[in-house]
Design a protein around this ligand. Sequence first.
Ligand SMILES: [Zn+2]
Length: 104
Amino acid sequence: MDRTISLDQQLNNYETTMNQLADRYNYKAPEVAGIIPKTIYFKEEEFTLLTNTHNSELCDNPRCKEIFNYQHNLRKGLTETFYPYIPLYMDKHTNYHCGVCLGL
Ligand SMILES: [Zn+2]
């Protein structure tokens, strides 16, 4: 994502990209995951899809965290209605990456 665009625009872009990704894999929620890959290899680590709604785990990508914190601080509601349901993967070191950051 481009540093020169506003966080509001980055949030919009992230939502759009995530929604397109979800449509592509018929993904609705962690429990209704459609045909999204259950495991992904990224930087020589195996990441496994979380299969339960996740209320506290977040993508570890600093950009993703910045966008999350932006909307969280403005109480846009996505902390409750969007983030718990996005495809999130974990490796054996308990690092998390979202589907967008894994390039799905
Ligand atoms: Zn991410």
